[in-house]
Design a protein around this ligand. Structure first.
Ligand SMILES: C[S@@+](CC[C@H](N)C(=O)[O-])C[C@H]1O[C@@H](n2cnc3c(N)ncnc32)[C@H](O)[C@@H]1O
Length: 245
């Protein structure tokens, strides 16, 4: 049984507006260009494809894209943009669901590896990604570096957005590697004043080990889609692992 929160219809309907900044060309274009370059002439598979924020523009560039997605309502939102012949999607858990085909690229973006809240499931997800790849194919993950350097001794919370319209902070359980993102917004008609997102935070080196278990080696780790260098101060990373040729 999957540990991920299941995204319901209400969440799906509001997703694109809620993450509008992630649709900005300055954010999205470098991601799509990076993935298109790695996909080359082969098809790509997006794990947790959501409403197609990345998959739709990637497909528009000529890369055939398929998806796996746990939430049927999220797929419903994707279907408002493209039909199943353009971007086929299997509804299921990205740690275990198989789709037909052999891909040059499998990718999992926007911190979503953390939605699998056990180490076993994250390991299974790497194995599943590798099982979909052709020889020499690549698996790309975009995820934050756990911000534990910002956690003073004894504290359990790190704010990530403090404004009039949104108060967001993460709480961490350092024993179980579980995180919760708490979101508070002014109560308005039809909007939730509070929402929480549960995840398992994971270290870059731990991901490298998961890749090795799945028969892949780290090829590249950068701080962002623009290819900037990953350093001790990087808050997130884009990592690329490769199966043997
Ligand atoms: C932050 S959204 C990212 C969606 C899309 N990749 C994007 O970049 O906009 C996370 C997505 O992961 C999906 N998800 C969560 N757990 C999952 C799982 N175990 N298997 C497949 N999809 C999952 C959610 O339903 C949601 O659509």
């Amino acid at each position: 049984m999957v540990s991920s929160d299941l995204w319901d219809e209400r969440t799906a309907e509001r997703y694109d507006a809620g993450v509008a900044s992630m649709f900005e060309p300055a954010v999205l274009d470098p991601a799509v260009a990076f993935l298109a370059r790695l996909a080359g002439d082969g098809p790509a598979l997006e794990l947790a494809i959501g409403t197609g924020r990345v998959a739709v523009p990637l497909a528009a560039r000529g890369v055939p894209v398929s998806g796996i997605e746990l939430s049927a309502p999220m797929v419903g939102e994707l279907r408002r943009k493209v039909d199943a012949s353009a971007v086929p999607v299997a509804v299921g858990d990205m740690a275990t669901t198989r789709v037909p085909g052999e891909f040059s690229l499998v990718y999992l973006v926007f911190n979503t590896i953390g939605n699998l809240r056990t180490q076993d499931e994250q390991v299974a997800c790497f194995r599943n990604a590798a099982a979909h790849l052709r020889p020499g194919g690549r698996f790309v993950v975009e995820v934050g570096v756990p911000p534990l350097r910002r956690l003073p001794p004894g504290a359990v919370a790190v704010p990530f957005d403090v404004g009039d319209e949104h108060l967001g902070f993460d709480t961490f359980d350092l024993v179980t590697q579980q995180g919760v993102s708490h979101h508070y917004r002014p109560a308005e008609a039809g909007a939730d004043a509070y929402g929480a997102h549960h995840y398992r935070y994971v270290w870059p080196s731990e991901l490298d080990l998961m890749a090795r278990f799945a028969g892949m080696e780290l090829e590249q780790r950068v701080a962002d889609w623009d290819g900037s260098a990953f350093t001790a101060d990087s808050e997130s990373h884009v990592s690329v692992w490769r199966t043997p040729q």
